[in-house]
Design a protein around this ligand. Structure first.
Ligand code: MG
Length: 374
């Protein structure tokens, strides 16, 4: 790795792991975090979890696994360009969605509604819960025992009440401080990835058309450029050439603007970064373009009647499962009942449901409710 900037996070200066371990050999502490994340059960399950499109709708759409890999790729490019820690940005990016329920936001909203009187459900907190507690693979500890820096990066937002419960990893929310630049980068890379792949998947599914996107400047200025260069290009290639330019323009803008911000704020250390306002940002013009793209996606894709139908089914499945397990916790598989002793039965049910893939949740719903399947 090239020389790190003085404000980058450094593996050798990590605040460490909750359970002390011998130093890794042949890799640094953040690389070890990344490796543990990739080998986790929750990471493998991302392959069968979705964001907008339900997994069985087709093989061509992004899943949370391919999304997380795209986020990691974008985050690493940005981190490298800014001379901050690529390994840490990668580890945070790969872990950022581990706590997601099946069926994307519809699943999360339904589970949150079920948990309203039991502390709520928030996918971001759940990601931390997965790496701190729910993965049971190591002999000496529960969870993956990741470094403080990766855990802090995973926890993107958090209420003051939760921050107090979480201890040191929640401290920055009480002090109103920023996380590392690596965490800020993973966060913006997430947005870059999903805005662009949702356009791509939206077009591929036929829920969006090129005509509709003609009103979106973030898209159309690149589309016009590609059409001028390649007038005969067929739709799929035209779309890909447009989207790759969109991603590139965002990354270039982000790197330039953030570099300027870092210089202007005279950052000299990680402590300076934490005390400063968020430095990883788009230019005002690019930020406005992105807001317009998001608005478009919200109105024309996320609220599309076919997406609304999928979301309705997702809500029903999650709500039915939660209600059934709550009414009779004996139906929970034994290993999920066990965790009910430590916290509440509701939290044990939420952990079980959140860990399900889309197809597992559909199967479990069938096993519990289809009379013919006894
Ligand atoms: Mg994400």
């Amino acid at each position: 790795m090239a020389e790190l900037a003085p404000y980058a996070a450094r593996a050798e200066r990590s605040r460490g792991r909750r359970f002390a371990e011998a130093a890794p050999q042949g890799r640094n502490e953040f690389q070890r975090d990344r490796d543990r994340i990739v080998h986790s059960t929750a990471f493998r399950r991302l392959e069968y979890k979705t964001q907008v499109f339900v997994n069985h709708e087709g093989d061509l759409y992004r899943t949370r696994l391919t999304h997380s890999i795209e986020v990691a790729q974008i985050a690493r490019s940005i981190a490298r360009a800014l001379a901050v820690n690529e390994d840490l940005a990668e580890a945070i990016a790969l872990a950022h969605d581990l706590g997601h329920t099946p069926f994307g936001h519809a699943g999360q909203d339904a589970l949150h509604a079920c948990m309203r009187r039991s502390g709520g459900f928030e996918h971001n907190l759940q990601s931390l819960r997965v790496v701190d507690l729910l993965e049971t693979r190591y002999a000496a500890f529960d969870g993956l025992n990741l470094t403080f820096e990766t855990r802090q990066g995973i926890l993107k937002h958090c209420s003051a009440a939760n921050a107090r419960k979480l201890g040191e990893v929640g401290e920055r929310f009480l002090r109103k401080q920023q996380p590392s630049l690596e965490a800020q980068i993973a966060n913006v890379a997430d947005e870059v990835a999903y805005n662009n792949h949702d356009v791509d998947d939206g077009l591929r599914s036929g829920l969006l058309t090129l005509e509709q996107l003609g009103t979106v400047r973030a898209f159309v200025r690149h589309l016009d450029q590609v059409r001028a260069l390649y007038p005969q290009l067929a739709d799929r290639r035209l779309i890909h050439e447009t989207i790759r330019r969109m991603i590139n323009a965002l990354v270039v803008d982000l790197v330039q603007t953030s570099r300027r911000n870092i210089r202007a704020a005279r950052m000299k250390s990680l402590q300076d970064v934490q005390a400063a306002p968020a430095l990883i940002r788009f230019s005002a013009e690019m930020a406005a373009e992105q807001r317009a793209l998001k608005q478009f996606l919200r109105r024309d894709l996320y609220q599309h009647y076919r997406v609304a139908r999928m979301a309705n089914k997702a809500r029903r499945i999650v709500t039915d499962l939660f209600g059934a397990f709550k009414a009779d916790p004996k139906m929970l598989p034994p290993q999920h009942r066990a965790s009910a002793d430590s916290e509440s039965i509701e939290r044990a049910i939420a952990d079980y449901i959140a860990g399900m893939t889309d197809r597992y949740a559909i199967g479990e719903h069938r096993r519990l409710f289809a009379v013919a399947e006894i």
